[in-house]
Design a protein around this ligand. Structure first.
Ligand SMILES: Cc1cc2nc3c(=O)[nH]c(=O)nc-3n(C[C@H](O)[C@H](O)[C@H](O)COP(=O)(O)OP(=O)(O)OC[C@H]3O[C@@H](n4cnc5c(N)ncnc54)[C@H](O)[C@@H]3O)c2cc1C
Length: 456
């Protein structure tokens, strides 16, 4: 019997669909866990294991080739790690009862592979515009490395003087900076009012001023009707038209969960694949990880879909560990995120007031303006903080920060407090570091917590 289990483990076939953050993290981890595991990865493009997050900065820099973003090349996975990595292989159907995946290669060859354990790590895709002309040459989303190469080539082989960015999210803002770095005029347009509606108004105003100070034109309200192709593209809105040499739709992403749904696998929020704390889906022996899957939110306790890189890598590891028979219990996420907008750092963790209300809390907020360093230090600049707590339990629910320095890593203290389910009172007693070049005596987060305590 013991021999029987051992033999089965030796021969186990671990099949992974998707060869980027979640998929290749899982493949590498599984190989480290078990040198004898039969690991196959299906990736529909030619690219694996790259940093999509670096693309806006790479596009800004003509001296840096896009392939510098590749973290580990396909040959390394194949030759050094013994992973059967099949690029140009698209999975089309999953048969959980027969434990088989079928698909087609780039050359049109059909294939079918059997598995003992399957990981779906198909990520997310950029939402497309639903208007005539949305597929005109020069309308370019930025999601995959292939997209990044195409966009960089477009900028470098044409006279691109004006970029139109549709949507104002973090990718749109990072790309506004990238276009400006390349001397391209930028207009950002979104149909709804509110520059960054998820961010506290006072903080959002600071970001908006920074964007406008860097000569990015903002239009909030126009609704896109169509895009007219031509030498230059013309975007026709209900109240205006705009000519551009490139149009970047940056209106969000959606999980690649269709093949899972077609196989009868349950979906969760945002149509992401529903997984438990072991990354198991509703189908026997099928796991999901990364942007295609959901996670438990540690503040609300509910399922949430937050497509970001760290949790994709971590979920890939977790799935691999569980496949290899190790105990796994992922506690969840707190939705921590940070991005750069020209000279500003913008960060958040946990819930904003509206999200807290929807989750059934009684949110109370404090908004403070503090400093990045002691006030007499050269280079000290304002740090804006919004902190949210629960009026009933006193629990810390979230924080947002904006500033020129000392924001990106400071938010991690608040993220850790959320992880530990601290109250605002507990957090206000944390012994945070101080020296004049790095912080006021009272760290901006402690100042916010002290203010919030008075209001709770
Ligand atoms: C411009 C940009 C900037 C970003 N910046 C940040 C950042 O600063 N911080 C952060 O945390 N996150 C950032 N992200 C998000 C981050 O890149 C993703 O969260 C992360 O890549 C998710 O990894 P994943 O493996 O789940 O999905 P993906 O990276 O999307 O990989 C999924 C892979 O599966 C393949 N695939 C899909 N369907 C199939 C199929 N049927 N058959 C075979 N293969 C398939 C795809 O080709 C793809 O290679 C950014 C994303 C972009 C686009």
């Amino acid at each position: 019997m013991i021999f029987g289990i051992f033999k089965e483990e030796l021969e186990m076939r671990f099949l992974i669909i998707g060869g980027d953050a979640a998929g290749m993290s899982a493949a590498s981890r599984a190989r480290r866990n078990d040198p004898s595991l039969d690991i196959t990865v299906l990736e529909r493009t030619a690219d694996v294991s790259y940093s999509a997050c670096g693309m806006p900065y790479n596009i800004a820099d003509p001296s840096n080739p896009m392939d510098a973003l590749v973290v580990r090349r396909a040959e390394v996975f194949r030759e050094k790690q013994g992973i059967n990595l099949l690029t140009g292989h698209e999975a089309r159907t999953i048969d959980p009862a027969a434990r088989r995946v079928s698909g087609v290669t780039e050359g049109g060859q059909p294939f079918t592979l059997a598995y003992d354990r399957l990981l779906i790590a198909t990520g997310a895709r950029a939402l497309t515009l639903d208007v005539p002309g949305a597929d005109a040459p020069g309308v370019m989303a930025l999601k995959s490395l292939r997209d990044g190469r195409a966009m960089k080539a477009w900028i470098e082989t044409r006279e691109v003087r004006h970029a139109l960015i549709l949507g104002i999210g973090y990718i749109g803002l990072e790309m506004a900076e990238a276009f400006r770095a390349r001397g391209v005029a930028v207009t950002m347009i979104k149909p709804r009012p509110g520059f960054l509606p998820w961010l506290e108004e006072e903080l959002a105003d600071v970001v908006q001023q920074e964007v406008e100070a860097n000569q990015v034109a903002l239009r909030l309200g126009p609704v896109l009707h169509r895009i007219e192709p031509g030498g230059r593209l013309t975007a026709v809105f209900d109240t205006m038209t705009a000519d551009a040499d490139i149009i970047l739709p940056a209106i969000g992403v959606t999980p690649n969960s269709e093949i899972a749904a077609a196989a009868g696998i349950a979906l969760g929020p945002g149509r992401a694949i529903a997984v438990d704390r072991q990354m198991r889906t509703s189908a026997e022996a099928v796991y999901a990880a990364g942007d295609c899957a959901d996670a438990y939110h540690m503040v609300t306790g509910e399922r949430a879909w937050v497509p970001l890189a760290l949790r994709a890598n971590r979920a890939g590891w977790a799935a691999a560990d569980h496949v290899c028979g190790q105990p796994v219990e992922l506690p969840g996420i707190t939705g921590t995120a940070v991005f750069k907008v020209f000279g500003l750092q913008v960060a958040r963790t946990g819930l904003n007031v509206e999200e807290a209300r929807r989750a059934g809390f009684d949110p109370v907020k404090a908004v403070v303006t503090s400093r990045s360093r002691a006030h007499a230090q050269a280079g000290s600049s304002p740090v804006y903080v919004q902190m949210v707590g629960d009026g009933i339990s006193g629990r810390l629910l979230g924080a947002q920060m904006v500033g020129r320095e000392g924001v990106a890593h400071r938010i991690n203290a608040a993220a850790t407090a959320l992880f530990a389910r601290m109250t605002v009172e507990n957090f206000s007693q944390c012994d945070l570091a101080y020296a004049p070049p790095f912080s006021p005596v009272w760290d901006p987060l402690l100042t916010a917590a002290n203010q919030l305590k008075k209001l709770l």
